[in-house]
Design a binder for this molecule. Structure first.
Ligand code: GLU
Ligand code: MG
Length: 479
């Protein structure tokens, strides 16, 4: 069954057919880009910006960058900035693998800054940031561009009259500056969720909040988390691509503020052996005509049939979605029972041990707040791949009118063994599920599907012989 079949759209090939696809990811006309860049340059000059960092996130989950001086922004907006296709097969440690359809030493791509998202960076004075989309030199969408993939999935939902609100929670561990091989020394020893941590790092956390706010983000909350030196910030939901952009911006803002305070950060899945890790939980709600489909329906906890089908599609696809939602092999050290990471393939209302936690919110506010949280993802994920793949799996479930299995209440680890399926416990199992998934293969397209596969296989091989401590040490300061 196709993810994208059965649409009443005018495009005979459906909402992801050639015409709809092209429209979703096409570059606006060059003259328009030039004019908009001029306005952007004026605005950025007033904000004392001297250079713009244009980022994309690779298939290993690492944010890569090309920067231009402000005087070069107009040219970059019209012609893009050169980037090599080999980045599609980079691993997190900068080793490079191969994939049959993409990557390799020849060729060039053009990285176009998204002028709608460009913003001066508070903690990097003189700098602005923009997420980039990758196109070919001929101006065609690069089939390996992860951000364009997320855009296509957002467009696929829109073609059905659906929109999504998404938000990615960012958890991180902050430590005193040190060498890459050194384990963390913490700047606070306050208890989990303790006010002491906030007091110890009060200027730092205020600066994080200030920077995020000045960069146009609405922070919902910030708090100390469970692990030593761990904190979390959540921001207001937005469309899937916007939410992925925001998660990149939030992470690099936290990193930049930390550096100004003489601190370093880790967004790696696990920082301390056996500790609770850093999640990258994805919240999402499905909307039609301004109505939250997760509320006021006749399904479980008020889900409408469409929202239930969508969530059932996501829940069922979680084993293969882990390939996109947990890039690093280290993610499987985090994804263990009784660590609030959602290691079981089940769902439950406010169940923090379920991979999918349903959140209705408070009585009276539910039409706005009802959403689902995919808990099993971590921050080694490329957020564009994670969010786009979840939308693809959800739309497939919606089209098949799937129903959710019975809800699971309580701790799945305490249930009769075998009652609740565990999610994959290592990369090999997730990779096998990903290879079987026709939905993901079709949604990603063969070149991107294969590039991700090549990167996952190569990293799985790199870590196969390493024990947990070595895996953690190798990944701790990479993300
Ligand atoms: N840090 C936990 C994780 O690895 C999540 C804690 C929470 O529920 O916020 O996902
Ligand atoms: Mg948390």
């Amino acid at each position: 069954m196709s993810t994208v079949a059965a649409s009443p759209a005018a495009d005979p090939a459906g909402p992801l057919g050639p015409a709809a696809l092209a429209a979703a990811v096409a570059l606006p006309p060059r003259a328009e880009r030039a004019e908009r860049a001029e306005h952007a340059v004026d605005r950025l000059r007033t904000a004392a910006v001297e250079a713009v960092a244009v980022t994309w996130v690779d298939n290993a989950g690492i944010t890569r960058v090309k920067a231009v001086p402000l005087g070069g922004l107009a040219h970059a907006a019209q012609w893009g900035v050169g980037t090599a296709p080999c980045f599609d097969v980079f691993l997190a440690d900068d080793a490079i693998t191969t994939s049959p359809l993409i990557g390799g030493p020849t060729g060039d791509l053009r990285l176009y800054p998204d002028l709608d998202r460009i913003v001066p960076l508070t903690a990097q004075p003189g700098w602005a940031w923009a997420p980039g989309d990758r196109h070919t030199q001929a101006g065609a969408p690069h089939p390996g561009c992860q951000r364009l993939f997320a855009r296509r999935m957002e467009a696929a939902a829109a073609a059905r009259g659906l929109s999504l609100k998404a938000g990615i929670e960012v958890e991180w561990v902050v430590a005193l500056a040190g060498a890459p091989h050194e384990p963390p020394q913490y700047p606070t020893h306050g208890p989990a969720y303790g006010m002491q941590r906030l007091t110890d790092l009060s200027d730092y956390l205020r600066d994080v909040l200030r920077a995020l706010g000045e960069q146009g983000l609405t922070v919902l909350q910030i708090h100390p988390e469970y692990s030593p030196g761990q904190f979390e910030v959540s921001v207001a939901p937005e469309g899937p691509v916007g939410a992925a952009d925001t998660s990149v911006l939030v992470r690099h803002t936290v990193r930049a503020v930390s550096a100004r305070h003489g601190l370093r950060v880790s967004f790696a899945p696990v920082v301390e052996p056996d500790g609770v890790g850093n999640g990258g939980h994805l919240h999402l709600s499905l909307w039609r005509d301004g109505r939250n489909l997760g509320h006021g329906g006749s399904g479980p906890h008020g889900l409408t049939a469409e929202a239930e089908g969508f969530l059932a599609g996501v829940l069922q696809a979680l084993p293969e979605l882990l390939v996109l939602g947990c890039s690093s092999p280290a993610g499987y050290l985090r994804l263990v029972p009784q660590h609030w990471a959602g290691a079981y393939q089940c769902w439950g209302l406010e169940n923090r041990e379920a991979a999918m936690r349903l959140v209705t919110g408070s009585t009276g506010e539910r039409a706005a707040t009802a959403n689902a949280e995919v808990k099993c993802f971590d921050a080694s994920a490329n957020p564009y791949l994670a969010v786009g793949a979840v939308v693809a799996a959800g739309l497939s479930g919606l089209e098949q009118r799937r129903a959710l299995p019975p809800e699971f209440t309580g701790d799945p680890a305490a249930a009769e063994p075998g009652t609740v399926p565990r999610l994959p416990q290592g990369p090999a199992e997730a990779i096998a599920a990903y290879e079987r998934s026709a939905v993901l293969r079709e949604a990603l397209g063969e070149p991107l599907h294969q590039a991700v596969l090549a990167v996952r296989r190569a990293e799985a091989e790199q870590y196969a012989a390493l024990g947990p401590e070595e895996t953690i040490a190798a990944t701790r300061w990479r993300y």
